[in-house]
Ligand binder design. Structure first.
Ligand code: CP
Length: 318
């Protein structure tokens, strides 16, 4: 088993054992860092050649982009970054595919890509002769987000496989929910959805999950409640009544009473204060939103180090 040189487009690309080693290394990195040590002190050998991680972000991002960048820098690797569409040759009419192939032609050691997930871009990425990491592809998937979400649940819940994870809101357009579902199903974790009818997921993958229309009932059922952003930018002709949405589905300080004392509140970010959530929930001890961001850095450091063939002291190497 080795993740060296492998791409990570979706959760299904890695075996249970490989996912386990990603989580294990991410936890080791976090523990080491929180003890005041640099994570590259765990590397079995010093990095012997410049290792460059290409980053192409064709959609807006704060958490994913900066956590990959921080992870890479904390490990002493380097980034090659294309994120500002306006200052790249995309603004002169170069296609997305040409742009991606151009960055790949500079031979980074791997390429992290956020894109709209169109079929031309996806085909191009799958044919490139270097490892690709999916940093969010359209409505399809966001597998590193799912890993960091589960790492956050694992940290707080020893019996994490027995949790009931609820997705609230715009599940239909959520790549985060899709990747989370794929990951949670792998481990047999119970999943529920609470959404307005027009935002319920339609794909067969979601068949068999618990469906709720009433938020109080749903939150009372859940032990980990993941609130999703309403992704208006993907809605096309769909016109949501946002006052009704807020009245029925917003999670705020008062509604946190519907979660048990032991339950968790998660949100992949971003959220709009007053729409999906209100800022006061951030102070609730059950709220894991900032932990998710921190864990994102360690999960991505684990993934990139594995893909770049970096070995860590004490790990067995198959
Ligand atoms: N969760 C997430 O993907 O956030 P960003 O869009 O800020 O990267």
């Amino acid at each position: 088993m080795s993740l060296t040189g492998r791409s990570f487009f979706r959760i299904g690309d890695f075996s249970d054992e490989e996912l386990g080693s990603l989580f294990q290394r991410a936890c080791q990195f976090k523990e080491t860092y929180l003890k005041g040590h640099q994570i590259n002190h765990l590397f079995a050998q010093p990095i012997s050649k410049p290792t460059i991680v290409g980053m192409v972000f064709l959609e807006p991002s704060t958490r994913t982009r900066l956590s990959f960048e921080t992870a890479v820098k904390r490990m002493g690797l380097q980034t090659l970054f294309l994120g500002d569409v306006a200052s790249s040759s995309l603004s002169k009419g170069e296609s997305l595919v040409d742009t991606i192939e151009t960055v790949a032609a500079m031979l980074p050691d791997c390429l992290v890509v956020r894109s709209g997930g169109t079929s031309d871009v996806q085909s191009c990425l799958e044919e490139l002769p270097l490892p690709i990491v999916n940093a969010g592809s359209g409505e399809d998937g966001h597998p590193t987000q799912a890993l960091l979400d589960l790492m956050t649940i694992m940290e707080r819940k020893e019996n994490w496989r027995e949790q009931r994870v609820l997705f609230v809101g715009d599940v239909l357009y959520s790549r985060v929910a899709n990747s989370n579902l794929e990951l949670l199903k792998r481990y047999g974790v119970s999943v529920g959805v609470c959404s307005p009818e027009e935002l319920l997921p339609k794909s067969a993958d979601w068949q068999g999950v618990e469906l709720f229309t009433d938020l109080q009932q749903a939150m009372s059922w859940s032990t980990a409640c993941m609130v999703l952003r309403v992704q208006k930018e993907r809605h096309g002709d769909l016109k949501m009544d946002m006052d009704e949405y807020v009245a029925k589905y917003r999670v705020d300080g008062e509604r946190m009473a519907w979660l048990s004392d032991e339950s968790l509140l998660l949100n992949p970010g971003p959220f709009v204060d007053g729409v999906e959530l209100t800022n006061d929930v951030l102070k609730d001890p059950r709220c894991c939103i900032r932990d998710q961001v921190t864990n994102g850095m360690f999960i991505r450091a684990s993934l990139i180090s594995h893909i770049c063939g970096i070995q860590v002291k004490g790990e067995s190497h198959g």
